[in-house]
Design a protein around this ligand. Structure first.
Ligand code: HSE
Length: 316
């Protein structure tokens, strides 16, 4: 039996929603798990770059051994029903840039879990898959939209369960992903965050998060401009993302720009804007990075409403 699962990229945090907000984007990884018949062959993992990739992939960052996230996810699912993985061939066809803040690790975790779950006859329901995935990833904001699609608010509860709700992203607002040629590992980007923050900074984010939800519900562009700010992670990570401060300044007075935020833990930048000034906005980012000798891939993307999907081999 051979199962393939296509999983979208995700952008997390989206300004005020650190470890809470996430949105699926139409760039995909495909995870295929195949039962092999030869006993003693163990688990073989192959990672291939998809020709549809928007970025040159640094594939060496996805270790092809049993310590890799893909294997850990498969193993966690088997273990949850008291089994261990047998002879399996796992292939990851990768289009999502690695270590660029677009949810590549969440996508392989979700792809591996959904494929293994299908192979085993659905022992895990959606809440169980989310809990296992969140345990592996450490936070729910990329994991949840990778599984269910769309714009999602999520939290991990004390018992390990993931609570989430979907919001509807206003079509009037364009989402532009700006992917630079330099990487930033989530571990490094999390290591610069303080263990404690000032109450005033926490209050700032609670206010912006409340504004975000109301702005999305009512398509309130002016409210969204105030909402797309953050004091919990961006001030600390800015210095790790070359050019972010200049791009932010360059777009600050463009009335069509609603916000310029770090995508996930970086290095990509996400720009939320109206749709009528997109070329100028993209040029600002491109030229700022070009002046710093940074190449970039900049694309306006729709929100992907589908999460992980089991696909047939010919779609693979
Ligand atoms: N919320 C996470 C972070 C997303 O910002 O560290 C990246 O995994």
């Amino acid at each position: 039996m051979k199962i393939s699962v296509k999983v979208p990229a995700t952008t997390a945090n989206i300004g005020p929603g650190f470890d809470c907000l996430g949105m699926a984007l139409p760039i995909y990884n495909t995870v295929t798990i195949e039962e092999t018949v030869l006993p003693g062959t163990g688990v073989e993992i192959n990672v291939l770059a998809d020709s549809a990739s928007i970025d040159e992939l640094e594939l060496e960052h996805i270790p092809s051994d049993e310590n890799s996230l893909v294997y850990k996810a498969v193993e966690a699912l088997y273990n949850s029903i008291g089994q261990v993985p047998g002879e399996l061939k796992i292939t990851v066809k990768s289009s999502i840039p690695v270590a660029k803040g677009l949810g590549s690790s969440a996508s392989v975790i979700i792809g591996a879990l959904v494929a293994a779950n299908e192979l085993l006859g659905h022992p895990a329901d959606e809440p169980a898959l989310l809990s296992i995935a969140c345990e592996l990833e450490g936070h729910p904001d990329n994991i949840t939209p990778a599984l269910v699609g769309g714009l999602v608010i999520s939290s991990q509860e004390e018992d390990g369960s993931v609570l989430y709700r979907k919001l509807e992203w206003p079509q009037e607002w364009a989402v532009t992903a700006c992917v630079p040629d330099f990487e930033l590992s989530t571990d490094i980007a999390r290591s610069v965050l303080p263990k404690e923050v000032a109450l005033s900074d926490a209050v700032f984010n609670v206010q912006r998060m409340a504004m975000f939800i109301q702005a999305v519900h009512t398509k309130d562009t002016e409210l969204m401009k105030s909402a797309l700010q953050d004091k919990l992670h961006q001030p600390y990570r800015m210095k790790l993302i070359q050019g972010f401060d200049k791009i932010y300044e360059g777009l600050r007075f463009n009335e069509n720009v609603l916000g310029c935020v770090i995508s996930g833990a970086g290095s990509s930048i996400l720009i939320i804007s109206l749709r009528n000034d997109l070329e100028k906005i993209k040029d600002t980012v491109k030229e700022t990075w070009a002046d710093m000798n940074i190449k970039a891939n900049i694309k306006t993307l729709n929100v992907e409403q589908n999460g992980a999907l089991i696909i047939s081999d010919d779609e693979d």
